[in-house]
Design a protein around this ligand. Sequence first.
Ligand code: SF4
Length: 362
Amino acid sequence: MRQKKQTRQVRAGDLAIGGGAAVSIQSMTSLPIEQVDDTIAQIIRLKDHGAELVRLALRSVESAEYLKKIIPAVRVPLCADVHFDYRIAVAAIQAGVHKVRINPGTIGSRQGVREVVRAAKDRGVPIRVGVNSGSVDRRKFPHVTPESMVASAMEHVEILEENDFNDIVVSIKSSDIMHTIAANEIFSGQRDYPVHIGLTEAGYGLTCAVQSAVAIGHLLLEGIGDTIRVSMTGDPVDEVIVARKILESVGERKAWIRIISCPTCGRTDTSLDILSLAKEVDAEVTARFESVVKEKGRALTVAVMGCEVNGPGEAREADAGLAGIRDGKMLLFAKGEKVRVVDYHDAVPALIEEIGMILEKK
Ligand code: SF4
């Protein structure tokens, strides 16, 4: 079991961050906030896929007005991302946002910081201080290193502390995995504020997923990280899905439904499309049984294998599964035992039926 670093707890709406709370998944909308209806639809999709806090970029005081329509329409805490103008942060807090992300050193003036802090205290809103490798002040810190990123974050943190404000979440991110890991290790050794971890500008697709998993997974296994974001170019729903997988992989979340599938090889009957089948099984099993297994507190493992040589054997631990044989046929098995032969095209409904019976018995 990993030993979680003990941090303070802050609350963004009903979401607890740090202090032993479950590591939460964050994402960010990719639309201008002025597109209110589309933004609401995107936030709802993000929540449905597992986002527990959603950040929106606000570029003007006027844009905070849109929050008044968005906040009541979504049932997930929202964080306003604000740069350079403290008035936007104040307006967002007054509009009811649950968290703000600002950098006090670049928000305008000391008086401006005081205004944000006052508004945040009045509403019980935490402030996230976020330093990216690209935002480090190069006049003060000519070289971007883990140490200089931490020092830069610390400057912002200390401004809030001087204002007697401690409901702080800190993020220190780089597109460099080693820098991100080292910076978070250093910071977490010095302060007990909850940390938001992730790589910044991590790219898209597989590269982003793998790199984010390495950086975030490494830190989580060290016990560092209270909330995570996978920053992925493209549909933000994908980053939520990757974030979930990372949390499941490090044991932070339970994988209620796990699909095992083999890579296929020369033994796979050419009439079988194992990739499509695995995707279909994943979607169907999740849609039909996820709430059941959660209710029963019983995880389900389902195997989709290319052949019977290693199929049932390799998936011995699976509750149920399919293994290819010849001529478009598949073997349906449960608990490593053969049940019957099914046609490839009937395989999914047969598997679903079998799983239904298994869950009924439990
Ligand atoms: S289960 Fe069969 S088809 Fe799949 S990789 Fe193993 S040997 Fe090949």
